[in-house]
Design a protein around this ligand. Structure first.
Ligand SMILES: Cc1ncc(COP(=O)(O)O)c(C=O)c1O
Ligand SMILES: N[C@@H](CCCC[NH3+])C(=O)O
Length: 472
């Protein structure tokens, strides 16, 4: 069948995933349910609505670029993951994916615990009233101030990442006259099938203690530290993972270490080591063709492996903890952009690529540039029956690499003023945003039951000016 864009686009079609992306007017009009929030659909005028709120109204009221979160979607993903893991242990939401005080309250009221990895994340969570005992502190280089703030707040536990930190935390806890619960982060040498920059359990990287040798030394150091109490072991193999076998292998290896620890220190001294934290990393659908395993499947598989392996090793069944960020926040959020310019660029005198410039870019979504991330983008302020053209959606920053969606199809009549929505941008977009080119960070709006509520206001030039000193 002849492709709508014609044979001269043959070389453009070689781009990864472009051939699979929707290219008929009907397919382009769809709002894929596995990528966009649960409550997203087009209304009778062809405008995207989320939880009954039209994106055209949102753009009008809050301007663009705009992050829009479907609150019920976020909450129901919390609930699904909590219920899936309830028989085996507990779920921490990894706040690095996206955090605001409102989000901390959603997580709290859905009964999840919370991971933070800086003093900033800790401060937002505490200010939101998140119970400190349900907070865990992570990070490979926590400062004394961050560790002390965690002790002052009385966080549930700290995940230890280096020998220096063991000494540091023990001293600070001693100064406060407290004994604090800790986990030791282990790198179990599992190669997760994901982008190199988001894989974290191979040994040659900055996080944790290598299973072979260093991890046991860390455990010994914790046992020798009067103000630290080892309550578990931790591993995180990476992010955006679809295969369960990596988690299973990590569980197996960390449990083997636990058996060695019990053998060395005895059952009595190790009976408080009850947490096996397998980290985050649960993958999501960025494209309609992505098919991650359901969380219940993952939870049951991990529950079965941990039960079997601990029985074989003669260990009591530990409590499994997981720390998903992306799988909760990612699909709940979209980014809304307004098209500013449309430009056709002829390649090698033959094929044409249409550059669609939007009013945000790498400052609100660095993931395309950083990880070659793929996103699904749709025209959402109207429906179009125009044929598809090969497009690249780019931002407004002074970088040729400022790309939001590298290769996609969009209707030929796309014009300045149209709204585009990029799906599954709820995780690691706002939280990794920058002010490059003095672009104010977008506003973030939560929608629920037909109503919109801003949860973070748009930055302004006044915010930038307020940082300036020495100009008196
Ligand atoms: C220790 C730890 N836990 C949890 C997460 C959350 O990962 P994800 O958002 O992929 O679930 C990360 C980030 O990859 C992490 O480093
Ligand atoms: N920030 C990354 C994942 C790493 C998260 C934390 N270890 C992403 O956007 O995919």
């Amino acid at each position: 069948m002849a492709h709508p864009a014609g044979p001269r686009h043959a070389e453009l079609l070689a781009a990864p995933h472009l051939a699979e992306r929707p290219s008929s007017p009907e397919a382009m009009a769809e709002i894929p349910a596995n990528v966009f929030p649960y409550n997203a659909s087009r209304n009778a005028d062809g405008v995207l609505e989320i939880a009954g709120v039209s994106v055209a109204d949102l753009a009008e009221q809050y301007d663009t670029p705009l992050f829009v979160y479907d609150e019920a979607d976020f909450r129901s993903r919390c609930a699904q993951i909590r219920e899936a893991f309830a028989p085996y242990g507990r779920v921490h939401y990894a706040s690095k994916a996206f955090l605001s005080m409102q989000v901390a309250r959603w997580v709290e009221s859905e009964g999840l615990s919370l991971d933070v990895c800086t003093g900033g994340e800790l401060a937002i969570a505490l200010r939101a009233g998140f119970p400190a005992e349900r907070i865990a502190l992570h990070g490979n280089n926590k400062s004394e101030a961050e560790l002390d703030a965690a002790l002052a707040a009385g966080v549930g536990h700290v995940v230890l990442d280096s020998m220096i930190e063991i000494e540091r935390l023990n001293r600070l806890a001693g100064e406060r006259g407290v004994v604090t619960d800790v986990l030791v982060r282990v790198t179990p040498g599992v190669e997760a099938h994901t982008h190199e920059f988001i894989a974290t359990a191979h040994e040659d990287q900055k996080f944790g203690f290598a299973l072979a040798g260093a991890a046991m030394d860390a455990v010994r150091a914790v046992f020798g530290a009067a103000n630290l109490r080892l309550v578990g072991l931790h591993s995180h193999i990476g992010s955006q993972i679809f295969e369960i076998d990596g988690f299973e292998l990590a569980a197996h290896r960390v449990l083997t270490l636990l058996a060695d620890v019990v053998a060395e220190f005895g059952v009595e001294k190790t009976k408080q080591i009850q947490i096996l934290d397998l980290g985050g990393g649960l993958g999501i659908s960025y494209l309609p063709s992505d098919d991650p395993p359901p969380v219940k499947t993952l939870a049951d598989a991990l529950g079965a492996v941990v039960e079997r392996e601990s029985a074989q090793l003669g260990l009591p069944m530990p409590m499994i903890a997981v720390e998903p960020g992306r799988a909760i926040a990612g699909p709940a959020g979209i980014t809304l952009y307004r098209v500013g310019t449309v430009k056709d660029v002829t390649l090698d005198g033959k094929a044409t690529r249409r550059y669609v410039s939007v009013d945000g870019g790498m400052s609100d979504n660095i993931r395309t540039v950083l990880y070659d991330a793929e996103y699904d983008v749709r025209l959402v302020s109207r429906e179009s029956s125009a044929r598809a053209v090969v497009c690249r959606v780019v931002g407004k920053h002074c970088e040729s690499g400022d790309i939001v969606v590298r290769d996609c199809w969009l209707p030929e009549d796309l014009a300045p003023g149209d709204l585009l929505a990029v799906g599954a941008t709820g995780a690691y977009c706002y939280s990794m945003s920058s002010r490059y080119n003095m672009a104010p960070r977008p506003a973030v709006v939560a929608v629920a039951d037909g109503r919109a509520r801003p949860i973070l206001r748009r930055e302004t030039v006044e915010d930038f000016l307020s940082l300036e000193v020495g100009n008196e």
